[in-house]
Write a protein of this length. Structure first.
Length: 265
């Protein structure tokens, strides 16, 4: 193991993968642990969180898992309290929870819209609110929010609520960064572009004729000619969470193979 996160406790929300393979949260959680962090893995499916924790412990790290819904304030407060009881501190909050909802404007119900906002945006706020007292006591902390390039440019997908929620997450990130900068609590976001993760096979594949067509189209849209993967996001998260980024806050970092440059964002 390396030591960029040695002595730190990382709380990762959305630490499981939505399907076989490596999702962004799962990869980040494991990478934090490989760099020395004690891991608290949380997912709405406890079995998925446990799978991630089991990978860490099998590699000789320390990890615990919880099932938890980020839209439930009581559940998040409980998980934070149990984390502090076990480890005494929270150095990193990694907000990785998010969903898409593809549909034409006339088909979007208020309930569908609100569900996306609750999961993608309100959940991140509730988590930050829950960990902030501990980080203030420590005099230090880092929050990494997983946003999307959809926050800053419009693509071919009709997921209006997703784009709006991620734009809101970017601005929440910047607002929190400025509010808590003097407390040495850094808040940054990562904006993944076209990524090949289990989530796209679950939530985006229906927008294409078949999986092969989806993969080819998404590869072709990237200036680098290929999609990124979960480890590209995880490595960026590790940097932002580590002391190597000690003077970086309020940044929304595109991890997108140049996509946002192409689109002028």
């Amino acid at each position: 193991m390396a030591d960029r996160m040695q002595g730190k406790v990382a709380l990762v929300l959305g630490a499981g993968s939505s399907g076989p393979g490596w999702g962004n949260g799962k990869a980040a959680a494991v990478l934090y642990a490989r760099e020395g962090a004690k891991l608290v893995a949380v997912d709405v499916r406890e079995s998925a969180a446990q799978e991630t924790a089991d990978i860490v412990t099998a590699e000789g790290g320390e990890a615990i898992a919880f099932g938890g819904d980020v839209t439930d304030e009581i559940q998040i407060q409980r998980i934070v309290a149990e984390t502090l009881a076990r480890f005494g501190r929270i150095d990193v909050l990694h907000n990785n929870v998010g969903i898409t909802d593809i549909g034409e404007l006339e088909d979007i119900s208020k309930e569908r819209w609100q569900r996306v906002m609750d999961i993608n945006l309100t959940g991140a706020m509730l988590a930050a609110q829950a960990v902030m007292p501990a980080m203030l006591r420590q005099g230090k902390g880092a929050i990494v929010n997983i946003s999307s390039t959809a926050a800053v440019h419009i693509n071919d997908y009709t997921y209006f609520s997703y784009s709006a929620s991620k734009a809101g997450l970017n601005h929440l990130t910047r607002a929190l960064a400025i509010r808590y900068a003097k407390n040495n609590i850094r808040v940054n976001a990562i904006m993944p572009g076209l990524m090949n993760t289990p989530l796209i096979h679950k939530q985006i594949a229906g927008a294409y004729v078949d999986t092969a067509a989806m993969m080819a189209a998404r590869d072709a849209k990237s200036p680098m000619g290929r999609m990124g993967d979960a480890w590209d996001v995880a490595k960026a998260a590790l940097f932002l969470a580590s002391d190597d980024a000690a003077y970086i806050t309020g940044v929304c970092l595109a991890v997108d193979g140049g996509l946002t440059c192409l689109n002028g964002a």
